[in-house]
Structures are given as structure tokens and as C-alpha cells.
Design a protein around this ligand. Structure first.
Ligand code: SAM
Length: 219
């Protein structure tokens, strides 16, 4: 999979992409990632990427030219061009699964008051929100999307079966887990997990998945 991210705050990404599954995916050649500074596509001699809104009002707006020029540079007929926006469809595991099957994603990170509406009207073909709240920029949402998608690319995590047991992969939540010690200050690990009886453990986990699922829905 190839991912191109367009941002005015490139630095935000450096720590996150140098760790964990994103790092593994890059190392294994399962992910090609480019993070582009929108200022590099500015038509302005001062590399400005924002301007005042027509009609007045508070806040600055990301100009259309840097976004169109940048995205056009990488665009292919297969590209899913995604704007991160609080007004988009709410991101979830099904969307992550769907995106993980695509060959090329472009993630556009908004900033300031927002972006010129022509980007939404003429350039993107998807708009994703990570929740009903407003962040200062699209960089953290882009990382949320990138991380959740990359771990679903076959070969990125050692055991894809483990990801399949995660919450939301199917219509249930994950079971609870414990590790050593079996008794921590009197807080004990359930006996069944120490029993060595794999069938009993499987049944216990199934039951706990159902309980967690019901609890999540207030049942
Ligand atoms: N004025 C915009 C509105 O109310 O819809 C919010 C702009 S926000 C301060 C700046 C940028 O952060 C947005 O353009 C978007 O890229 C990103 N952003 C903020 N909240 C987000 C969310 N919940 N999901 C995805 N992106 C978000």
C-alpha cells in the first residue's frame, strides 16, 4: 500500500512513524509512505498556505492551490483521496478494513479554521472524522487512520489472527487478558486460565466477549 499525507505540520508524524507497526510495515516494504509539506506546493514567494476567508470572519483558511497541486502530483485512477474533517463519516473498524484493501490512500490534513471548500467539492472522494469533537489539525486523525489501517495489511503484524480477535473486528469486543503473576497482592487470575484446558479457556473467553459486548451496549 502507498500512503501520501499532506500537512502543514509534518513534524507531528516523525515520532509516530518511527515506532510500532508503521515502522515494521515500512521496513518490510509493505507500506510506502510520503509526508508532504503543503508549503512546498505554495505559489507564494513566502510559502504561505493560508489566507483570510472571503466574506470575513475569524480564522484563516487553507488555500486550494497547495492542496490541488500536491495531490495531483501523486494521484492515480486508483487513489482514494480522503479529507480528515470533523464533518466526515465517523471512522470505525469496518472503514479501516475497507481502506486496508486499497492500493493508494491520500490523507489531507486540514488546519486553522478549515480548508477552501473547493477541495471538498472537486478533489476528494472520501471524508473521514475520528469523532464528534474538534481538534486543531488533521494530523492526529491521519495518524489514527494510518495506524489502524496499516496493522490490517497482511504481513504487518506477526499474527493477523490476533488482530481478528480484537474488539470491533467482528461484532464483539475482545476478551480480558491477564499475565504473570497469577496472584498480585491478592488479586487473582481466574482459575480457568491457569487450568491448561484449552476448550474451557476458549468457552470462558467467548462468554467474556459476550459480557463485554453487552456491557458496552448497557445490557
Ligand atoms: N471549522 C471546522 C469545523 O468546525 O468543521 C474545524 C476546523 S479544525 C480546527 C482544523 C482541522 O482539523 C480540520 O480541517 C480537520 O482537518 C481537522 N480535524 C479537526 N477535528 C477533526 C475530527 N474530529 N476528525 C477529523 N479531522 C478533524
Amino acid at each position: 500500500m502507498r500512503v501520501d499525507i499532506f500537512t502543514v505540520a509534518k513534524d507531528i508524524f516523525s515520532g509516530a512513524i518511527s515506532k510500532g507497526n508503521i515502522k515494521h510495515a515500512l521496513k518490510k516494504g509493505l507500506l510506502e509512505l510520503d509526508i508532504w509539506d503543503l508549503r512546498d506546493f505554495s505559489t507564494d514567494s513566502h510559502r504561505r498556505v493560508d489566507d483570510y476567508p472571503y466574506g470575513g470572519g475569524a480564522g484563516m483558511i487553507l488555500k486550494p492551490e497547495p492542496i490541488f497541486y500536491g495531490v495531483r502530483k501523486v494521484l492515480t485512477p486508483q487513489t482514494r483521496v480522503i479529507l480528515l474533517s470533523p464533518q466526515g463519516r465517523i471512522f470505525n473498524q469496518d472503514i479501516a478494513k475497507d481502506l486496508s484493501t486499497l492500493s493508494h490512500l491520500v490523507l489531507i490534513c486540514g488546519h486553522y479554521k478549515g480548508i477552501d471548500e473547493r477541495v471538498r467539492e472537486y478533489l476528494i472522494n472520501d471524508e473521514i472524522s475520528i469523532g464528534k469533537y474538534v481538534l486543531s489539525g488533521g494530523e492526529i486523525p491521519a495518524l489514527v487512520v494510518l495506524d489502524s489501517v496499516v496493522r490490517l495489511i497482511p504481513g504487518v503484524i506477526g499474527d493477523l489472527e490476533s488482530a481478528k480477535g480484537d474488539s470491533f473486528f467482528s461484532s464483539s469486543l475482545d476478551a480480558p487478558y491477564y499475565t504473570r503473576p497469577a496472584d498480585f497482592e491478592g488479586m487473582k487470575v481466574p482459575d480457568v486460565l491457569l487450568s491448561g484446558n484449552h476448550e474451557a479457556i476458549r468457552k470462558w473467553r467467548e462468554k467474556r466477549r459476550r459480557i463485554q459486548y453487552g456491557r458496552d451496549r448497557g445490557l
